[in-house]
Design a protein around this ligand. Structure first.
Ligand SMILES: [Zn+2]
Length: 392
């Protein structure tokens, strides 16, 4: 499709160039060279490099031809030919016979080329200048340049700078979207601070994260971990158990820390089971079932836990649950039956070995590990566990 479009755009451009040339020739009697036909030749011979350079050398940039130049640059970028896209956009700027607002539009396109090409410094410099340009009469240009700047800071993991830019964007609309992102930037900061042992800094960051999105379940996870580090196990349990009410699908992310906090605080297993059962009513997650099973087995024995898992599997069959059930029976079986169960177990394991565990609800990206930031669509908290036979 893109090949066909490139063909159409360059042929159209050559046609426009030929027509403009003829028109100018009528006016000025200048001779028009055969370059337009040369460009067409390169294209027919599939030499798109030379076709593009012939095109930009021969079609002057002005208000009439600007859209054609922009269409070619945009198309090259979509095809991933970023170097050529940069050449086309830089060529437009070099000729500079355009209005200020047209030039700003081209600079935005060039910044997008730089961003995709990984030339983040150049993209940042261009966008910061555009967003601060007092001549930026159009709020659209300022906003678009801020959006590109935000993407640069996200890629560079410059969370403090990302927060500043997202706050500017949140004022102008889509405030829920940016408030959610700001909450995650503060969580990123808090996680870095926790790793470095800066507990005071992490406390300040997590307070801000909650302030920007009180329903962000990640804030409870980070806050709980911080409470554990400070020895406040009771507060940690309060934080971890808040995840159920914020978004129960993220409860599995809290289980390991929650179990540890229960032990450190000396709380009863019965209380833990009570909480986990209430979570299961909201989300039939096998991770929750397995933690419940562990607690039931420790206190009530193998028979009680087999019955519990089998009951859950009848309603929500999963391969991970089946594997756990087989494990319980392997321990109490001998001889051929034990060997057969071991074969069955390896089949079950092979079935889920290469399957992704998480999926982005915005773009469909799938992965094995939990991420708060989708690497493809750049959405925050759009990745969730996959439920069903091969997943949770
Ligand atoms: Zn995504």
């Amino acid at each position: 499709m893109d090949n066909w479009l490139l063909y159409v755009i360059i042929v159209a451009a050559i046609g426009i160039g030929w027509w403009l040339g003829r028109r100018d020739k009528d006016k000025t009697s200048e001779v028009v060279g055969p370059n337009y036909y040369e460009g067409l030749n390169y294209l027919l011979n599939e030499e798109s490099d030379r076709a593009v350079s012939t095109f930009i050398e021969n079609l002057e940039v002005n208000a009439e031809t600007l859209e054609t130049h922009l269409a070619l640059g945009g198309l090259l970028r979509r095809r991933g030919e970023l170097e050529k896209a940069v050449v086309v956009h830089e060529n437009i700027l070099a000729q500079a016979k355009l209005s200020r607002s047209d030039l700003q539009g081209v600079e935005l396109e060039l910044a997008r080329d730089y961003l995709l090409a990984g030339l983040l410094d150049r993209a940042e410099e261009l966008c910061v200048r555009l967003s601060q340009d007092p001549a930026s009469k159009s709020d659209g240009v300022r906003r678009e340049s801020l959006k590109i700047t935000l993407e640069i800071y996200e890629r560079e993991k410059e969370w403090a700078q990302a927060i500043e830019v997202a706050k500017l964007l949140a004022v102008g609309g889509e405030s829920d979207h940016y408030e959610k992102a700001i909450s995650h930037y503060y969580c990123e900061l808090a996680e870095d601070q926790l790793k470095r042992g800066d507990l005071e800094g992490a406390r300040v960051s997590i307070r801000e994260a909650i302030g920007h999105d009180v329903n962000n379940p990640r804030t409870s996870l980070v806050r709980g971990r911080l409470d554990v580090k400070e020895g406040h196990y009771d507060n940690a349990i309060t934080a971890f158990t808040r995840v159920r009410d914020q978004d129960a699908v993220y409860v599995p992310e809290s289980l390991e820390d929650l179990e540890q906090a229960f032990v450190l605080d000396g709380r009863s297993q019965e209380e833990l089971r009570h909480y986990l059962t209430s979570c299961l009513e909201q989300t039939p997650s096998i991770s929750i079932v397995l933690m419940l099973a562990k607690s039931i087995r420790d206190e009530l024995g193998d028979e009680a836990v087999s019955k519990f898992i089998a009951n859950h599997l009848k309603k929500n069959p999963t391969i991970r649950g089946l594997t756990q059930l087989i494990d319980l029976h392997i321990d109490n079986t001998d001889g051929v039956a034990k060997e057969n169960l071991a074969i069955l177990r390896s089949f079950a394991e092979a079935l889920v070995a290469d399957k992704p565990s998480y999926r982005c609800h915005s773009c469909g990206f799938e992965g094995k590990r939990m991420r708060w930031h989708c690497p493809v669509c750049k959405d925050w908290a759009s990745i969730k566990p996959i439920f069903g036979l091969e997943g949770e």
